[in-house]
Write a new protein. Structure first.
Length: 198
């Protein structure tokens, strides 16, 4: 197993100064170049000095990556394998990164209030501007983070990658809580009930 500390995928220094239109093009191409977990196992392993803090901020070599477009680029090639290890991966290169809690944070909630036969629909926006509906494919999950004993709310963004609900968003969500079919408090969204308690 080859493990070395490397600068991930693209040379950070050149990306930090690149043209916005070029960076947007790279982001769009990276979204279409998804790699399967099976293919991931065949690529030589590296260790990238990148960490996603529990508040959703990204760091490289100990310094925060301030350019949001660059963070979005890396997030677009982020994978989590079956063992819970996080990788930045392209079809030819992969490197482990550290994720303190969840790679994304939910910073905003949108509600389409239902009326009559039209069901209520709740959606969330991440710190990287992804819109995630609260539905059967993206359920609310109550989990214990590694650094705490209490349950925290998370939602799956894509492919096993979770977003943690920020405290203000969780309080906003709780305003829509009602007793569900099993008497637990929770919310309805897209005709599904999601408990807010274990």
């Amino acid at each position: 197993m080859r493990t070395n500390l490397a600068t991930p995928i693209f040379v950070l220094e050149s990306l930090l100064g690149c043209d916005q239109e070029l960076l947007n093009g790279i982001i769009m191409k990276s979204k279409s170049a998804k790699i399967s977990l099976e293919r991931l196992r065949l690529i030589a392993e590296q260790q990238f000095d990148i960490r996603i803090a529990s508040d959703g901020r990204w760091y490289h070599n100990g310094g925060e990556i301030w350019r949001i477009e660059l963070v979005k680029l890396f997030a677009s090639i982020l994978l989590r394998d079956d063992g819970g290890v996080y990788w930045l991966a392209t079809p030819v290169e992969k490197g482990r990164i550290i994720v303190d809690d969840a790679p994304f944070i939910i910073r905003e909630m949108m509600v389409e209030v239902g009326a009559g036969a039209v069901p209520q629909k709740i959606s969330f926006q991440t710190n990287l501007d992804d819109i995630v509906p609260l539905d059967q494919a993206h359920p609310l999950q109550l989990r214990k983070p590694a650094t705490a004993d209490d349950l925290r709310p998370y939602i799956e963004v894509r492919d096993g990658l979770l977003a943690k609900l920020s405290r203000p968003v969780y309080y906003q969500l709780a305003e829509y809580a009602e007793a569900g079919p099993d008497s637990r408090l929770g919310v309805w969204s897209h005709e599904q009930f999601f408990p807010l308690e274990a």
